[in-house]
Design a protein around this ligand. Structure first.
Ligand code: FAD
Length: 338
């Protein structure tokens, strides 16, 4: 078991937009801050699901892609050098006799903190993998579960498997970049937004239903051909030459560990009061995981929740500090730089 006996003022579980902005603000409040993130990178759902899509509903940013917003958020979050731990899922939280919290990760690491901020979204995200033993040979080479860089698909023959919003959206997005796009789905109906499905039907995308992927053929991680099987006419098969395969079969969320931490929850979200404090004193929840009346699951909302929670966590971590709230425009370290 890896023990890290340093006690932090605040430990933020989850490095999505909520956790990242909270880390910036807690740094500005001179709190010793740690972020623990399950994924090997920061940014949460934004780089995971929609790095290349355009976000238009953050105040002051007319439009920016998910990746651009993430870059800015990460740079801002690192302003005050918080400790960042990547690739660890926090699986247990206990209050110790001295009043501090002990957090345990899935790899056995132990972290100590005066306060805890849960910014886990709906939990850890796992894409549903293509159910074929040979899929592992192609994953992250020519088989992907999300589109990270549009440029990788330029002038390629692309096959997308899936019938939900992501599959439909990527088919439409890649239509203008790839040499060809084929969308294969087990059912004849698509579950995407009606307007997107209509656009799909009027697009150049080659739609193949009801088919499923039966075999992948290729060498050295490069998929070259797939065999598709018809689901109603047994034995009917088609072969397709491809360079890229995108599998959008949905994703699984694992919120399980958090449900055992003794926090009051409703519909998979943690109930918070107006200070973003949960039912356990010293434990706060922000972003998508936090529940209160009229909650909006927007990035812009998380940007307000973080500072509210941090200001209250600061009172616990440092009860002597008379400051109640701080604007960045009157934060001494910034004004000295100007
Ligand atoms: C397709 C799509 C499009 C969207 N478009 C917009 C938009 O245009 N505008 C907008 O405002 N919002 C949009 N949203 C919603 C927005 O992405 C979320 O509101 C936002 O990401 C919430 O941020 P968060 O930090 O609370 O959670 P998340 O972004 O989910 O980040 C939580 C992080 O916590 C980590 N984590 C979870 N459990 C643990 C654990 N136990 N230990 C360690 N780490 C853990 C996860 O790995 C994840 O990285 C969209 C969402 C989707 C899915």
């Amino acid at each position: 078991m890896i023990m890290n006996k340093e006690i932090y003022d605040v430990t933020i579980i989850g490095g999505g937009p909520a956790g990242l902005f909270a880390a910036f603000y807690s740094g500005m409040r001179e709190m010793k801050t740690k972020i623990i993130e399950y994924l090997p990178y920061l940014g949460g759902k934004v780089p995971y699901f929609y790095p290349e899509k355009v976000i238009r509903d953050i105040g002051g940013i007319v439009q920016a892609t998910g990746e651009e917003v993430t870059e800015q958020l990460v740079e801002q979050a690192l302003t005050f050098d918080p400790t960042v731990v990547l690739g660890e899922q926090v699986v247990d939280m206990q209050r110790m006799e001295d009043g501090n919290f002990q957090l345990v990760s899935n790899n056995g690491s132990v972290h100590y903190s005066k306060t805890v901020m849960i910014a886990t979204g709906f939990g850890t995200l796992h894409s549903v993998k293509l159910d074929h033993p040979e899929a592992v040979y192609y994953e992250e080479k020519s088989l992907h579960y999300t589109v990270r860089k549009l440029a990788d698909y330029y002038d390629k023959d692309v096959l997308i498997s899936g019938g939900g919003n992501s599959a439909v959206d990527w088919a439409l997005e890649l239509e203008n970049i790839a040499k060809s796009v084929t969308l294969v789905h087990r059912r004849n109906e698509f579950k995407g937004l009606e307007s997107s499905v209509t656009r799909l039907k009027n697009s150049r995308v080659n739609i193949m239903t009801p088919y499923e992927i039966k075999t992948l053929h290729g060498t050295d991680g490069q998929v070259e051909k797939v065999t598709l099987g018809h689901l109603e006419n047994e034995g009917e098969e088609k072969e397709l030459q491809i360079d890229r395969l995108v599998v959008n079969h949905g994703f699984q969320i694992n919120l399980e560990p958090i449900t055992t931490w003794g926090l009051e929850m409703i519909d998979g979200m943690i109930t918070v009061d107006s200070s973003m404090q949960t039912s356990v004193e010293g434990v706060f929840a922000i972003g998508d995981i936090a529940h209160y009346q009229d909650k909006l699951g927007l990035i812009a909302g998380a940007f307000n929740e973080g500072p509210i929670a941090v200001n209250h966590a600061k009172k616990i971590a440092d009860p002597e500090d008379p400051v109640k709230h701080l604007f960045s425009t009157n934060f001494a370290a910034f004004t000295e730089e100007e």
